[in-house]
Design a protein around this ligand. Structure first.
Ligand code: ATP
Ligand code: MG
Length: 477
């Protein structure tokens, strides 16, 4: 997917609607934030730096779509996206260790993203070049290529002073030979394209995987600087190690195409674009921000200090600063930060004031209802039921879920969430796996029909017992 900077807020929301049920306020907020970044970049120069970024805190119980909204937002805008857990940066003995790493990781993600885009655009050409290389291997050129050793313009006229005569000059290829070779090559190319030669073996030079010996962990701190030991070693020889391997044409073609694509791509350009994409469109999703909010403020003990340390370390990045990566300095001014947390115990106001100020937009996500569950099961493009239908169809079984069956599943999900623990839409996963376990196990060995109707009575017979029994459902659902 390519980069789409210019979606309007309405367009963003309607795109999100295709995957996420409800949570309209949250969708609206992220849509505004995304568009505001674009607006800021296009504002008059004098104001541009004055406009504060619209970072967001999403507040809501588990499994109601917080991560999903951010992930989809990134996807539909083609933005580099990273999700980190705020708690990752608190560790006993360290105070907010290496928060910068998230920007470095984001940069890596962007590099891959842009490299893939470029690869896609040179794919055709790379395939052609790989084909030619395979043809070279199948019909080696008639070896006249080596030039005569001495080749000054006058060498023919010079006496040889008793030196041994130069190697005999190979016969010059006639145009007839050429024509013949071209014809053979064309014939082989045809066969190659038809797949007739797929199983033939050829010997190719492939860049060997980096030897496992080099996969050592660098001394502490190297990673922090964004220096990769493997890169250091890998570049020592100037070139990647090559290894000869015999492969069927089919595999060789893919490997050579990849190699050719890599050669066609201008990595400097990739790096430059990736930097730009991160700086202007990057989205950082900081999960579990509530876990680094400390309550009370007084009596600072160990964990509190460490948590506050994380918040303090986050400040400059969220506010806008430069982070050094191996691809260059990344300015974080326009990166969109979305923080998220359940905030059961702590409140956003327990975050240090400076950080609160950097996340001016608060939005609450709601607990999901039975009705939401029904829609989540059926409506989104990637709805769970559609996923199971596709899984079983791959075995030739067409499943149909009747409406009252789906309603029953939704009702049970809501009930278990209420009685045992509210894990939001994730409950649907556990319920469906329990419901369909036998079918998934029996196809194709014991269940040989090509149709299966899941109706309400099947749902009841598979699940009632478990749902009724609180102890059982605690473990199973
Ligand atoms: N409103 C929704 N519409 C559609 N699918 C949803 C919705 N809410 C959750 N889901 C599905 O439930 C799963 C969990 O959702 P998600 O990861 O967004 O939870 P979360 O709110 O980030 O929870 P946590 O606080 O535990 O991180 C995902 O597979 C997602 O597709
Ligand atoms: Mg989440």
């Amino acid at each position: 997917m390519s980069f789409n900077h210019e979606l309007t807020p309405h367009e963003i929301v309607s795109e999100l609607d295709r995957y996420i049920i409800g949570q309209h306020e949250a969708k609206k907020s992220v849509a505004i934030a995304l568009r505001n970044r674009w607006r800021r970049l296009n504002a008059i120069v004098e104001m541009r730096e004055e406009i504060m970024p619209n970072n967001i805190i999403m507040i809501g119980p588990t499994g109601v779509g917080k991560t999903e909204i951010a992930r989809r937002l990134a996807k539909l805008s083609g933005a580099p996206f990273i999700k980190v857990e705020a708690t990752k940066f608190t560790e006993v003995g360290y105070v907010g260790r290496d928060v910068d790493s998230m920007i470095r990781d984001l940069m890596d993600i962007a590099i891959n993203m842009i490299r893939e885009e470029h690869t896609a655009s040179v794919q055709e050409r790379a395939k052609d070049l790989a084909e030619e290389r395979i043809l070279d291997l199948l019909i080696p050129p008639a070896t006249p290529a080596t030039p005569a050793p001495v080749s000054t313009p006058f060498s023919g006229a010079q006496p040889s002073f008793g030196m041994p005569a130069a190697a005999p000059i190979p016969p010059i290829a006639t145009s007839e030979d050429d024509a013949l070779r071209t014809r053979t090559r064309d014939k082989f190319r045809d066969k190659l394209r038809k797949g007739d030669l797929d199983d033939r073996e050829v010997e190719v030079d492939v860049a060997s995987d980096q030897s496992p010996m080099l996969q050592v962990f660098g001394p502490m701190g190297m990673e922090e600087m964004g220096v990769n030991i493997q890169d250091l070693f890998g570049n020592m020889g100037g070139q990647k190690k090559k290894k000869k391997r015999r492969l069927p044409v089919k595999e060789a073609r893919d490997i050579l195409a990849q190699e050719e694509a890599a050669k066609l791509i201008d990595m400097d350009k990739v790096t430059k674009q990736a930097l730009e994409r991160v700086q202007q469109a990057g989205i950082v999703f900081i999960d579990e921000i509530d876990k680094v909010a400390s309550r009370g403020g007084g009596g600072k003990s160990g964990p509190d200090v460490s948590r506050e340390g994380v918040q303090r370390d986050l400040l400059p990045i969220v506010e806008g600063s430069g982070v050094m990566t191996k691809y260059g300095m990344v300015k974080t001014d326009h990166i969109l930060f979305i923080a998220s947390g359940a905030f059961h115990v702590s409140k956003p106001s327990d975050l240090i004031p400076e950080l609160q100020g950097r996340f001016p937009i608060r939005v609450e996500l709601h607990s999901l209802t039975e009705n939401d569950f029904f829609k989540i099961l059926t409506v989104p493009k990637n709805a769970l039921l559609k996923q199971y239908e596709a899984l079983l169809l791959s075995e030739g079984v067409k499943v149909e879920f009747t409406e009252d069956a789906v309603k029953e599943v939704a009702r049970m999900a809501a009930k278990v969430n209420e009685e045992v623990e509210n894990i939001g839409a994730r409950r649907l996963h556990t319920i469906l796996t329990t419901l369909l376990e036998d079918v998934l196990f029996d196809v194709p060995d014991a269940f040989r029909e090509d149709q299966l109707v899941v109706d309400k009575s099947m749902v009841l017979s598979k699940l009632s017992a478990v749902v009724q029994n609180r102890d059982l459902s605690q473990y199973i659902l």
